[in-house]
Design a binder for this molecule. Structure first.
Ligand code: C2E
Ligand code: MG
Ligand code: MG
Ligand code: MG
Length: 290
C-alpha cells in the first residue's frame, strides 16, 4: 500500500492512493465470503466448429452480490488479481468446473471444459502439479480440461510461465491463448509457448465485416496460427455475416451469442442434450448449406 507521513511523522494509510477505496475493500471482503458461501458460480459458453461439432464449453465466473446484484467479472477478477485472492478464486473455479465435467461424463456427455487462469496462477510454482492432482481426484481425463491464458503471462517472467505450461501440457492438459491480438507478445514468443489453440479477441471479430484492416488482421492470425499447427477460435460472434466471414477465412471454431451466451449448469446440460447428436445448427442458415 501507499503510505504517507503526516506532519507528526507518523505514517498514515491513504486508502485511495492504491485504488483500495473503502468501497473496494468492502467488495473484496464480500468476494472472499462469496467464495465460501456459494454466491459465486460458473456459467458455461459453448465453442462450436463450423460443421456444428461442439468443441467444448468455457467456464465463466459469475458473482451475484446480495446487495449489488451481478458484479462485472472484469472488475472483481482484476481486484482478486491485485489483492492476492486469485489463488482461491482459481481453486474454486477449477474445483467447480471439474466437478461439473465429472457429472456430465456420468450422464454420457463427454465435453471438454475450458477454464480461464490468470498470470498469477501460471507463475505459481506448484500450479501444474496441483491441477494434475485435482484432475485425478475428480477422475477427469486431462484432455477434458483446457486452460485459457492471456499474453499477459509473458510480461512478468516468461520462462517461469513457459515452464508451468510445459508441466501442464506434460500432464495432458490443453492450453489456449485467449484475447489474442490485445497483448504485446511477439510471434517469437507465440512459437515457444506450448499452446494448441489461439482465440482471436472479440474486438477484431466485432469489426470484421465493417473494417478491412480488422479482416486482414484476422486473416493473418488464422494463417499464422495454422502454420504453427494451432486451432483458431473466434470469440464474440454475434451475427450470421461474421460467422460466414470467419468460416471463409478458415477459422476453426466460434464462440459467441450467435451460438449461445454463457448458461447456468442446468441450462448448459439441456443445451448439450438437445444438440448432442447433430451438433449446433445455425438457425438462419440458408438451405444450400449442408
Ligand atoms: P474471456 O475469457 O475472453 O471471455 C469472453 C467474454 O466475452 C465473457 O465475458 C463472455 O461472456 C463474453 N462474450 C461471449 N460471447 C460474446 C458475444 O457474442 N458478444 C459479447 N459482447 N460478449 C461475449 P465475461 O464472462 O464478462 O468475462 C470477462 C473476462 O473475465 C473473461 O474474458 C476472462 O478473461 C475473465 N474471466 C471470466 N471467468 C474467469 C475465471 O473463472 N477466472 C479468471 N481468471 N478469469 C475469468
Ligand atoms: Mg477465456
Ligand atoms: Mg477472450
Ligand atoms: Mg476477454
Amino acid at each position: 500500500y501507499q503510505a504517507k507521513r503526516d506532519r507528526s511523522g507518523v505514517e498514515v494509510y491513504e486508502a485511495t492512493r492504491d485504488g483500495n477505496t473503502p468501497d473496494r475493500l468492502g467488495l473484496l471482503g464480500d468476494l472472499r465470503r462469496a467464495l465460501d458461501s456459494g454466491d459465486v458460480e460458473l456459467h458455461y459458453q459453448p465453442k462450436v466448429c463450423f460443421d456444428g461439432k461442439i468443441a467444448g464449453l468455457e467456464a465463466l465466473v459469475r458473482w451475484e452480490h446480495p446487495q449489488r446484484g451481478r458484479v462485472n467479472p472484469e472488475e472483481f477478477i482484476a481486484m482478486a488479481e491485485t489483492s492476492g485472492l486469485m489463488p482461491q478464486l482459481t481453486e474454486y473455479v477449477l474445483e467447480t468446473a471439474l466437478g461439473q465435467v465429472a457429472r456430465w461424463r456420468k450422464m454420457g456427455l463427454d465435453v471438454p471444459v475450458a477454464v480461464n487462469v490468470s498470470p498469477r496462477d501460471v507463475h505459481s510454482p506448484g500450479f501444474a502439479g496441483a491441477v494434475a492432482a485435482r484432475l485425478a481426484r475428480h477422475g477427469v481425463p486431462p484432455g477434458s480440461l483446457q486452460l485459457e491464458i492471456t499474453e499477459h503471462v509473458l510480461l512478468e517472467d516468461p520462462q517461469r510461465a513457459a515452464d508451468t505450461m510445459a508441466g501442464l501440457t506434460g500432464h495432458g492438459v490443453k492450453m489456449s491463448l485467449d484475447d489474442f491480438g490485445t497483448g504485446y507478445s511477439s510471434l517469437v514468443h507465440l512459437r515457444k509457448l506450448p499452446v494448441s489453440e489461439l482465440k482471436i479477441d472479440r474486438s477484431f471479430v466485432a469489426r470484421l465485416v465493417l473494417d478491412n484492416e480488422d479482416a486482414e488482421i484476422v486473416r493473418c492470425t488464422v494463417d499464422l496460427a495454422h502454420s504453427l499447427g494451432l486451432l483458431v477460435v473466434a470469440e464474440g460472434v454475434e451475427d450470421d455475416e461474421t460467422w460466414e466471414r470467419l468460416r471463409d477465412l478458415g477459422c476453426d471454431a466460434v464462440q459467441g451469442w450467435l451460438v449461445a451466451a454463457a448458461m447456468p449448469p442446468d441450462e448448459a446440460t439441456a443445451w448439450l442434450r438437445a444438440r448432442g447428436e447433430h451438433g449446433w445448427r445455425r438457425p438462419n442458415a440458408l438451405e444450400r448449406e449442408p
